[in-house]
Design a protein around this ligand. Structure first.
Ligand code: S3P
Length: 437
């Protein structure tokens, strides 16, 4: 089993770039594969999750040339050009890939089967299967979880669906199926969720209309090949943002080229409410997505009640936010985050257990966590943390080494490669002392 040993450190500084955005990389190979002509993707994230999406598109008959780790050319086969894979499509650890492909494959002329690793095989899939059935799809799950069996040859029709949870994965699966429907597909979300699919579909020439929390896709004739420049992943930057905040007084970290899509940056707002000094510089556009540089200065944080409206905008950042809260003056309460229980691990339970090991006073809530920050000048005790095979739990506790009295050993870290290849090297560049073995 792969492990990290993170030694106590106190200084964080430098100028870095983080790898490409995971959500956008998944979508880029899918939509490029359905387009007419060759699309060029730059800044692609060559992580295990996104490579699973790439492998699935190849298995479905799309020719993809990886010119370098991050530069990819995709020869689109057109909306109706995919072919049966003839074997189960393995999505590995990637919930996004499994849910989006379920939508895409629901509309094809052939049958498909989707499987994944031990974590993914336990994750809920009816949230996509059930609305897709309302569109006319024939999808079976094994009591709600994978394998997902998709029967092809069904004619789909548009629906007007009100999602019970604010899920970009569910919304995106329905929009992908909606590309093939006989009538427009509308999805109403109870709160804002990331809108990368909407933006990218529009770039490919699809009419997607957003009115408040409702998005409507009008089935297109075709998608036109594009150049997609994938911005740096805000969710990967989040670990280094918090590391810089916890660093020694007066130090600063610059993170360049980070995607700042408004539906992703809830963590910035939450951290600012906690007293963080984060400057957004050099704002620009990278195709359909906003990008900027972030200058983060070491800051004294204070505990807050996290506004529930910000939860879906920061959904992947809670593991590292809980570490920040553990270093803040006073109490922090997060509620309305029950979705964390069905991510790559039960992130509320995993973080609670890890904070326990480090001696942080906390209470596990049904839908969140209450944390009493350690007093100023105090430190976590070192100890062993089980990441439960969850990449974001492993990276979050690496950052805790900035306030630890002894080494933190983090178990089961191989899955960091699902989202952030090169994490340890980059963490070392800015001053963390992590050994992997
Ligand atoms: C994602 C959406 C989010 C997020 C996941 C990636 C996406 O999941 O947690 O890591 O790319 O659409 P939900 O939409 O299910 O909340």
């Amino acid at each position: 089993m792969r492990c990290y040993l993170a030694a106590p450190v106190s200084r964080v500084r430098g100028a870095i770039r983080v790898p490409g955005d995971k959500s956008i990389s998944h979508r880029s190979v899918m939509l490029a594969g359905l387009a007419q002509g060759t699309s060029e993707i730059t800044g692609f994230l060559p992580s295990e999750d996104c490579l699973a999406s790439m492998a699935a598109m190849r298995a479905l008959g799309v020719r993809i040339h990886q010119r370098s780790a991050t530069d990819v050319a995709v020869e689109g086969v057109g909306l109706r050009g995919l072919q049966a894979a003839g074997r189960p499509l393995d999505m590995g650890n990637a919930g996004t890939a499994m849910r989006l492909f379920t939508g895409l494959l629901a509309a094809q002329a052939f049958d498909s089967q989707l499987i994944g690793d031990a974590s993914l095989m336990k994750r809920p899939m009816e949230r996509v299967a059930s609305p897709l059935r309302l569109m006319g799809a024939d999808i079976r799950t094994a009591g709600g979880t994978p394998p997902v069996e998709v029967r092809g040859g069904r004619r789909l029709h548009g629906i007007d669906y009100a999602m019970p949870i604010a899920s970009a994965q569910v919304k995106s699966a329905l929009l992908l199926a909606g590309l093939y429907a006989e009538s427009p597909t509308s999805v109403l979300s109870p709160a804002v969720s990331r809108d990368h699919s909407e933006r990218m579909l529009q770039s490919f020439g699809v009419r997607v209309v957003t009115e408040g929390l409702r998005v409507t896709l009008h089935p297109p004739e075709r998608l036109a090949a594009q150049h997609i420049a994938v911005p740096g992943d805000f969710s990967s930057a989040a670990f280094f943002i918090v590391a810089a905040l916890l660093g020694a007084h007066g130090e600063e970290l610059l993170i360049q080229g980070v995607g700042l899509n408004p539906s992703r940056v809830g963590l910035l707002e939450i951290l600012r409410l906690m007293g963080a000094r984060i400057r957004v510089e050099n704002e620009r556009a990278s195709g359909a997505e906003p990008v900027a540089d972030l200058r983060v200065g070491a800051s004294a944080l204070k505990g807050i009640d996290v506004p529930p409206a910000l939860v879906p905008l920061a959904i992947d950042e809670f593991p590292v936010l809980f570490v920040a809260a553990s270093c803040a003056d006073g109490q922090t309460r997060v509620t309305g985050a029950a979705e964390l229980r069905v991510k790559e691990s039960d992130r509320i339970a995993a973080m609670g257990a890890g904070l326990e090991a480090l001696g942080v006073e906390h209470r596990v809530l049904a839908d969140g966590l209450w944390i009493q920050g350690i007093p100023e000048g105090a430190a976590f005790r070192g100890g062993d943390i089980d990441s439960r095979g969850d990449h974001r739990i492993a990276m979050a506790f690496s950052v805790a080494s900035l306030r630890a009295a002894g080494p933190i050993k983090i178990l089961d870290v191989a899955n960091v490669a699902t989202s952030f290849p090169g994490f340890v090297a980059l963490a070392r560049d800015i001053g963390l002392e992590i050994d992997e073995f």
